[in-house]
Structures are given as structure tokens and as C-alpha cells.
Design a protein around this ligand. Sequence first.
Ligand code: NAP
Length: 253
Amino acid sequence: MKGDLSDQVVVVVGGTRGIGAAIATDLAAAGATVFVAGRDLDAARGVVGAIETAGGTAHGVACDVTDAEDCRRMIDTVAETSGRLDTMFANQGVARRSRNLVEWSPADVAICLDVNLVGCVTLARAAHRLLAADGGGRFIVTGSGSGHRNVAGLGMYGISKAAVSHLVRQLAIEWRRDDIAVNELIPGPVRTAMTGFRGDGDGDRADNPMQVFADRMGEWLKEPADVAPLARFLAGLPTHGPTGQVFSLAGRV
Ligand SMILES: NC(=O)c1ccc[n+]([C@@H]2O[C@H](COP(=O)([O-])OP(=O)(O)OC[C@H]3O[C@@H](n4cnc5c(N)ncnc54)[C@H](OP(=O)(O)O)[C@@H]3O)[C@@H](O)[C@H]2O)c1
């Protein structure tokens, strides 16, 4: 299987389901060697199996981004297996919907920041040297429209994603000299487990909060595979190309 990414080694963290699984599958179809990472190794292996059945090359890696040692081990595995890393997607995320900010428990605040924000810092720290080797690379973080415009009910989630957006610009400045492009991918609303859609009809109800939000905002409520072309585009950009930028599929201003 050959495509425009056939020379690339890509890691998709949060690749075990939803948007990340769709990105991993699409990039493998474009010829990339893809490492599918997340806490659920069985789910990662499921995505890898589907990629291999379609003729692609992929590996499953267990990685909890709240564990720095895990992130380091994952990058060691990539280095030992493939000897390089061209593009990392820091796509992992957790959300707690439909609560007022002050109703978030300290534990929920902590996990939201640990996974969505600190996890990106930990991944960046672990991956920097390998990304910088052999002419640079790309670090692409999945942001959210709620990080750019406040949305009632999303509480700490939007705040964590606003910080992620700032992190992207910070890393972009610091990593320019290493030819590592750092950009933010905003998917807009997508039907995944995070938004209460499970692909088996469960959650496919008119009163699903994401459905209501999309209807109210005139948004494009996507399937995970609809996000993949933008991810593929970003993975195909030159490492000295755009950096510190926001690339969005959201349909609202
Ligand atoms: N769906 C939307 O409408 C939407 C809109 C805007 C932005 N986003 C963003 O898109 C990204 C993907 O979301 P999704 O909708 O596809 O959600 P999802 O189906 O719930 O997938 C979330 C992914 O994050 C991984 N993850 C969670 N905690 C992790 C941890 N501690 N360490 C490593 N991986 C972890 C999960 O893997 P494991 O459980 O295996 O660890 C899973 O692969 C997130 O960053 C989300 O904030 C989604």
C-alpha cells in the first residue's frame, strides 16, 4: 500500500477509538507506518488489526499520558521499531459535559487538565528529540472550538483546550529552530463516545447535547472519518511550513 505519506512514521495518541482511530486508519491507508497509542492496549490492537487487514502497517502501544514514564517508553518503542518519528498527533482528551464550572469536582478538574493539557507537555517532552532528528517533524494537537469561544456547560474542558491552544503557539516558537511544525487541529462536533454517540444507535437521539448544540449553531456534525482528511493534510505539510496555526473544521465563527 503506497500513498503520499509512505515515508512517514506517525504516532496517534488517543488512537484507540473515535477521531484518533479514524486518523490512524486514514494515515496508514496513505502509506504511513502508524503507532496507535492509548491506555486500552486491546482497543489499540483492534485498530492495528483493521489497518493490517486493509494492507497497512501499524503497531499498538500502551500509553497513559498522565504517566511520564509511559510516554518515554512509548517513544523508545517507536525509536527501536522504526528509528524515526515524523509526525505525532496528541489527540487524547477527556470531557465532562453539561456541568457548570463550579460543579466540577476537584478530581474532575485535575483529570481534565492532566490529560488534555499536561499530557501534551509530557508527550512533547518525550518526543522532542526524536521529532527533531532527521530534519524535523510535526506535532499536531487536537484542540476544540470551545478553547477559542466559551461554551456554556463545557466548563474546565474549554479552559483546558484554550491552554492547549496557547501551548501550541509556545512550542511553535521554541521548536522552529528544530524544524518541528506545531499546529492545532480543531475537529468541530464529531459523533464519538466523548459526545455520547457509540455507533450502535445509543446516543443517536435528538436530545443528545452535541446534536442540540450542532442544530442550534448550524454546525456540521461529523463522523470521525470526516476529520481524517485535515489530519492527512497537516501530516503532509513540510516541517518548515506553517507553525503555531489553527486548522479548524468547525462551522461557526
Ligand atoms: N468529539 C468531538 O465532538 C470533539 C470536538 C472537539 C475536539 N475533540 C477532541 O478530539 C480528541 C478525540 O476525541 P474523541 O471525540 O475521539 O473522543 P473519544 O472517542 O472519547 O476518544 C478519546 C481518546 O483519548 C484517549 N485517552 C483518554 N485518556 C487518555 C490518557 N490518560 N492517556 C492516553 N490516551 C487517553 C482514549 O484512549 P484510551 O481510553 O485507550 O486511553 C481515546 O483514544 C480529544 O482531544 C477531544 O477533546 C472532540
